[in-house]
Write a protein that binds this ligand. Sequence first.
Ligand code: ATP
Ligand code: MG
Length: 409
Amino acid sequence: MYTDPIRVLLIEDDLGDADLITEFLDFIKSTPFQITHHRCLQEVLQPRDQDAYDVILLDLSLPDSFGLETVEQVYNQFPTIPIVILSGLEDESLATIAVQKGAQDYLVKGDFDSNLLVRSIRYGIERAKTIQLLNQKEQQLQQANEQLEHRVAERTSELQQANDQLRTLESQLRLALAQEQELSHFKSRIISTVSHEYRTPLTTINSSAEILERYLHKLDAEKQRKHFQRIQLSVKHLTALVEDVLFINKAELEKVEFNPEPIYLVSFFEEIVEGLQITVDEKHQLFFTHHGSCECANLDPKLLRQMITNLLSNAIKYSPQGGKITLNLSCEENQVVFQVQDKGIGIPQADQAKLFESFSRAGNVGTIAGTGLGLSIVKKCVDLHGGEITVKSEVGFGTTFTVTLPLIK
Ligand code: ATP
Ligand code: MG
């Protein structure tokens, strides 16, 4: 039992048919109907409230529209209101297409009575409600689906991020482990090299001290002086060794400071060359040349001294037959370049790649003593200056090390 009136939009150009339909509807006392009548399509195709009607009764042949086109236009205007077609034609295929285009039912004029019309209206309304409900449910489902997809995408990206973080952490751990292993390898190399290198000077000190203790009264002044000198030289050697190890350890921990200050390069280089010349025998002749304006360069004196002394000491040590050793200094506008050149034993090509690594020694050193730390110290000092070191060498002919340091203004 309907209490509220059913609001009917009747679109019918034939006044006789319209009256008949109105009568049919009035005849049903159990249901009140509120009818709005229009005679052509244009009158109803105005923007209006979608809730203004409960059902549309539509004649297919109107003065301004005909057939299925009428259904389409009305459906587009009122997509949620059920449409019942009232046609003068009994055409099954037209009825089917009309229903496909959005109509709820299709009645042929003259073939229906009051009851059939009202039943069709009620079914139409109920079906439209069901369809609306289904549409709502579908929409809700779609929304839920979209939310779910959104959440899945969010979760996936969170997982991806977590995964990336884990990967980064893993590679950091691996790196730390590798560094740790390298450090422990480095430490064991220090211990084995130092203990080996310590033995010779310690033996020398021990034997000279023993000779001096036992035979002091039998030795003339010259021999005594020789033994004292040997002890002093060995102590110096041991001190240098300890200093090298300390420096390289500090450098590995990146704790070596870089303190540039203005240096007058020519006298700085000359003083080092002269100091070394005194300690070597006459077989080795050190030559120093310079060109360019070397008035004042901003470099770290401690690190620069390490570079020059290590390279010159190597040139001396690895030229056992003696020979000319030259140190060339060239001062340019933005950089300082110096070269240490000798005519010594040279370095085999295969050993050159690892030359600047700690404890690395070439295969042709024979009995020449060394720890393999000197060049790695030089390299660290060059790096701290932001410079470069290169080597050119041929076994049996000699070696040239070239250091290029940029000038800090
Ligand atoms: P130390 O730590 O006492 O200096 P070292 O001289 O063996 O020991 P580095 O100065 O680091 O160590 O040199 C590494 C290696 O490079 C040397 O062992 C040697 O094989 C080679 N080398 C360096 N300079 C020369 C050179 N001027 N001529 C030939 N070989 C050289
Ligand atoms: Mg050396």
